[in-house]
Design a protein around this ligand. Structure first.
Ligand SMILES: [Zn+2]
Ligand SMILES: [Zn+2]
Length: 296
């Protein structure tokens, strides 16, 4: 175990579907999905939405060299649109491994990202990058790792074109990242329940409220209420609401936060720039649920 056994997640993009720039949505943020998960000294990146550009700028400013894994839930635009603008890809000393579990056998990750960066959709090809980049296609359900000390488990999500849910385990703690996925009303997804069983934190596709969902069945997204039900059933202390609808402004998100606090005290609504650490399990057992995670 490296000296630093802390597990933490930083949110660089929390918005679903399309990035927004709106004075009424600045408190929660407008960039699309991107998480930086720090496992001690090891950095993992989950999804490459528009938030990835800001993470890349911070990595460049650090002056460090990176050898980093990037795990994609899937390849819809809002989860990969930051890739062409990720400056660390342009430095030859950096190494990256990009992972996806939803594409085989029909296609593969390199082909899909090449299509994204093809004229006239984009002026320069994937080969413009100077870093050593490996593209890894796996079969969803496989167990992966990042270095010797980080285990990354995977499970399939219910989403058009497929998507992969992740469980990151490090230092005796775990964070699950589940977006994009749709629930079946009144049912608990058994695949998700198995993946998140007794995890310390679950970050979940909460695009709609239960009320809105009635008009969005089949669109591939879920509700914060369904996420709370899953966390209750799986014994997960910390539930994090994520992948916010681009039409939900700050006032609307405040109302969701209030309703979620009433339904499941301690629930966190993800905001851009927020850093969360799971509480140590011993501490979580002693504390009331609302203190189960530490926002820093
Ligand atoms: Zn999405
Ligand atoms: Zn999607």
């Amino acid at each position: 175990m490296s000296k630093n056994s802390n597990l933490q997640v930083r949110f660089w993009g929390v918005r679903g579907s399309i990035s927004i720039s709106d004075p009424n949505s600045v408190r929660y943020g407008g960039n699309t999905s991107c998480l930086e998960v720090q496992c001690g000294d090891r950095k993992l990146i989950f999804d490459a939405g528009s938030g990835l550009r800001y993470l890349g700028n911070e990595m460049m400013a650090s002056g460090k060299t990176f050898d980093t894994d990037i795990f994609l839930t899937h390849t819809h635009y809002d989860h990969i649109c930051g890739i062409p603008f990720f400056k660390p890809f342009f430095l030859p000393q950096n190494k990256f491994r990009i992972w996806a579990g939803h594409l085989l056998p029909d296609t593969d990750l390199r082909s899909v990202l090449s299509a994204l960066m093809t004229s006239p959709l984009f002026p320069v090809p994937l080969e413009i990058f100077r870093s050593k980049i490996e593209f890894h296609d796996f079969l969803v359900g496989d167990d992966l790792s990042s270095g010797a000390e980080v285990v990354v488990r995977t499970a399939s999500l219910n989403h058009p074109d497929g998507a992969t849910g992740y469980r990151i385990e490090y230092g005796g703690q775990s964070i699950c990242y589940l977006t994009d996925t749709e629930h079946v009303a009144g049912e608990l997804d058994p695949i998700i329940l198995q993946l998140i069983d007794s995890a310390d934190m679950v970050i979940y596709d909460s695009m709609y409220t239960e009320e809105e969902y009635k008009n969005c069945v089949g669109w591939g997204h879920s509700t914060w209420e369904a996420g709370a039900d899953l966390c209750d059933a799986a014994g997960v202390p910390q539930f994090v609401i994520f992948h916010h609808d681009p039409d939900h402004d700050d006032d609307f998100m405040d109302k969701i936060a209030e309703d979620a606090e009433n339904r499941r005290p301690g629930t966190v609504v993800a905001r851009e720039g927020m850093v969360l650490r799971p509480a140590r399990r011993e501490a979580a057992l002693q504390l009331p649920q609302r203190n189960a995670a530490v926002a820093v």
